[in-house]
Structure formats: C-alpha cells, structure tokens
Design a binder for this molecule. Structure first.
Ligand code: ARG
Length: 460
C-alpha cells in the first residue's frame, strides 16, 4: 500500500471503507493530463522565481511527461489509497525522480490545483462542443437551403396556423443553436481565470508569479481573490445551465422529428440507420434517436440542479463537497457531445415528403389570415375583415371545402369587396411569398437569412 502524502499527523490508518468512500480516483483520473499540464506550468514558475532549482524543475517536467505517456498508453496504475488524481500523479512522480518530486507541491494546494484542472479540462471540452454546435448549424444551413421553397403548415397550439417553408423552420432551429453557442462562448470567457496561487485558501508565502503561470496555461488572468478562487464552481454551474438550455432546444427539435415521422403527419422519413425495430411488431420503425435525445435532456437538467444544490449553503472556502462536482459535469459533457454528434448525422439524413407537407398545409384553412389581409388592402379595418373571414371559414367547414375551393360567387356572399384576384392570395405559394420582410417565411427571406448566417464569422 503506498504511503499517504498527508499521513504525518495520523496515528491510525484510514478505515478501508472510508478510504474508498472518500476517494475520487475512479472518476477524476479523467483530469490526469490536464493535471500534468498544470503541474508543469507550476514547476516552471517555481523555477523561474528561484523557488526550486532549474535542474529539479527539468527532472519534474521529464518525470511528468513520462507519467503522461504511461497514462495515455494505459500502463499507469491508479491507487484508491492515494485518493485522487493529484496524489496518484504526485506519488508516481516522486517514485520516478526521487526528492525533486516532493518539491512540486511547494506553494500549491490540491484546492487550487483541482479548481485549475477542472477549468483546463472543461475549456478543451467547451471548444469541442462549440465546434460541434457549429457543425450542426452548418448542416442546418445546407438543409434549409435545399428546403427554402418547401411548403409545410406552421403550427400554433399544434393546430395548423399558417403556411411556412421548411427552410424557415430549420432556420428557427439554427437561431436557437446560435444563442446556445453564444452562451457557451460567454461561459468560456468567464471561466478562463486561473485559481492557481490561491493555495489552500489564503495564498502562499512564496514569491510566486501568478501572471506567468496564467500565461503558460492560456488563462486570461489569475483569479482576484484566493478564497473565491478555490471555492467557486460557478463556471461548472454556468456550463450545465448552457447544456440544459441546449438540451431543451434539442428536445424540442426531437419532438418535432418524432411527430413529423409518424404516420399521422408523414412529413419526413428518418433514415433506417437512425431507427430501430420492434421485437414483436414487424411493421415498426421507431424514432429511437430523437426519443433518446428528448429523454437525455432530463439527466442534463438533473445535473444542473445537482450542482446548484451542491454549492448552496457551502461556507467559504474549500469543502470536500466540491469533489461531487465532477460526475455531473463529466456526464453533462459526455451527453452533450454524443447528442450533438448523433443529431447532426440524423438531420443530414432526413428525407422530406414534400407532397405530404403541402397537403397538410392545405388543410385547416391556413390561408385565412391572407384573406383577411386581402380585405384590409381593399379598405376594411382588420377587425371587420377578421369577422368576415371567420364566417367564411365556418361556411367552408360546413361545406367541407378549403377556402381556395369556394367559388367567387360564394366568396362574394361574405363580402362584395372580394374579386377574382383573391385566388392568388389563397394559394400556399402566394401566402408564404407575401411574408417578405426580414425574419419572414418567404423563400426569398429564408435565402437572405441563410446568406447572412454564412457571412458570420465562426465563433469556434
Ligand atoms: N479530490 C478533491 C476534489 O475533487 C481534490 C481537492 C481535495 N482537497 C482537500 N483538501 N481535500 O475536490
């Protein structure tokens, strides 16, 4: 059993169950390479400041690099007795290079170390997630371009409301993701502050240079207050809040895919590669992927609540409670990365059944607003026009015909202001083309929105 790095003041060995209960090595080994990056920068700073000897610094760096190689090739042996990733690596370093290894922890505590490691690790994950969002946005742009003229019903209350284009709908998803990307970017900026140098809580008595270490590690600046530096987990909460909102968005998109791929809607066909069958019903093709994305939003929301609850009421500064920040954060990252990847592939492989979309838009009197707008253009106040069209729709319902299927004579019984040119506005194409202003559903505007999106500089 390896010696504990803090055993000096203890007379009894740790209870075996307590040792396992308090250890985090099973999950925090995931931080290992970032822990090593942080340690190398810390050693460089100690050497530059004359706190450790340059030869010792060189030995520390070489030793840590050898350990990094062992970790990457899977030959490193993790020990529960050494509790966490930080002490496992430090103990291995001392075993590897001798006394110089014992000098690495000068002017540092695991409290500022772990706060730094998690930030370094999350920063890399954030960059990967930001890129994945951007890839998904590009896929949506491509699909929206293909579907800029594809007419479908737009819904409110899940009832047919007005005709829209599928491209416009996809660009709505794009806009949701754009805010998510912006939120993530903002979270990254606020997170990129370095806790190292705070040591346990009060700072350290060595003449450290925190700006130097921060620059080596790519942090924008060292944290301003040592107590806050070791006890702040806002960045993890903020990340989980970003992730929860992203998952809420993807859950809404998934719900629409599930509805649209049902026989009742029949708007789209999901690729076989993204669906599964039933063990009993031979005819089934189930939209498991969007269903799982919808379902996984639940665990991500839960992780956000777990971290908020973890931090609530914690007195300053570090408390061991904080060790519980990792698993929710890790699972949030894993879930979001997997979901973004599979959703991107799913969207790329959707087949649109445009004739079904069109037929659905023809039902439900989706151009009734266009008829009212027509009457307004003929001089009626909108409220009166609304009333007249309501009566026309009631008649059409009794007749079981669409507005465009009524004759001019029938239409004129509701208003003498209606002329033969009304049929142009009652068509689906006329209806969408009329909404031709910034943000509207007209194909021309959808293309303009896509063009604007394409000229935006990439965030990631
Ligand atoms: N494994 C600990 C964590 O994840 C590292 C910091 C422990 N510090 C301490 N004083 N016990 O938070």
């Amino acid at each position: 059993v390896p010696n504990k790095l803090w055993s000096g003041r203890f007379d009894q060995p740790t209870d075996a169950f307590v040792e396992a209960f308090t250890a985090s090595i099973e999950f925090d080994q995931r931080l290992a390479l970032h822990d090593i990056t942080g340690s190398i920068a810390h050693a460089r700073m100690l050497s530059q400041q004359g706190i450790i000897d340059p030869n010792e610094c060189a030995a520390i760096i070489a030793g840590l690099e050898r350990i990094a190689t062992q970790i990457k090739n899977g030959s490193f042996e993790w020990s529960i007795a050494l509790e966490d990733v930080h002490m496992n690596i430090e103990a291995a370093l001392t075993a590897e290079i001798g006394d110089a290894g014992k000098r690495l922890h000068t002017g540092r505590s695991r409290n500022d170390q772990v706060a730094t490691d998690v930030r370094l690790w999350l920063r890399d994950e954030i960059d990967a997630i930001g890129t994945a969002i951007e890839n998904l946005q590009l896929t949506l742009l491509t699909r929206a371009e293909q579907e800029a003229d594809t007419i479908m019903p737009g819904f409110t209350h899940l009832q047919v409301a007005q005709p829209i284009t599928f491209g416009h709908h996809l660009m709505a998803w794009y806009a949701m993701l754009d805010r998510d990307s912006e939120r993530l970017f903002d979270c990254r900026r606020r997170m990129n502050t370095m806790p190292l140098g705070a040591a346990a809580l009060a700072g350290t008595s060595y003449p450290i240079d925190r700006h130097y270490t921060a620059a080596l590690l790519g942090f924008d600046q060292p944290a301003d207050n040592s107590l806050d530096a070791v006890s702040d987990r806002d960045f993890a909460i903020e990340f989980c809040a970003f992730a929860a909102i992203l998952m809420m968005h993807l859950s809404r998109c998934s719900e629409e895919l599930i509805l649209w791929s049902s026989a009742q809607f029949g708007f789209i066909e999901l690729a076989d590669a993204f669906c599964t069958g039933s063990s009993i019903m031979p005819q089934k093709k189930n939209p498991d992927v969007p269903e799982l994305i919808r379902g996984k939003s639940g665990r991500v929301f839960g992780h956000l609540m777990a971290l908020l609850t973890l931090m609530k009421s914690q007195p300053l500064a570090y408390n061991k409670d904080n060790q519980e920040d990792k698993e929710p954060l890790f699972d949030t990252v894993d879930t979001v990365r997997a979901v973004l990847r599979v959703f991107n592939d799913l969207i790329g492989a959707i087949h649109c059944r445009t004739e079904r979309m069109r037929a659905a838009a023809l039902q439900g009197f989706s151009t009734a607003t266009d008829l009212a707008d027509y009457l307004v253009r003929q001089g009626l106040p909108f409220r009166d026009a609304h009333e007249i069209v309501g009566k026309t729709v009631a008649y059409a319902i009794r007749e079981q015909r669409d507005l465009a299927a009524l004759s001019l004579a029938e239409l004129q019984t509701f208003s003498p202001l209606i002329n033969a040119d009304v049929f142009a506005v009652l068509t689906l194409e006329g209806s969408v083309a009329a909404r031709n202003h910034l943000g509207g559903t007209a194909p021309q505007q959808v293309r303009a929105a896509i063009a604007r999106a394409k000229t935006k500089t990439l965030r990631w």
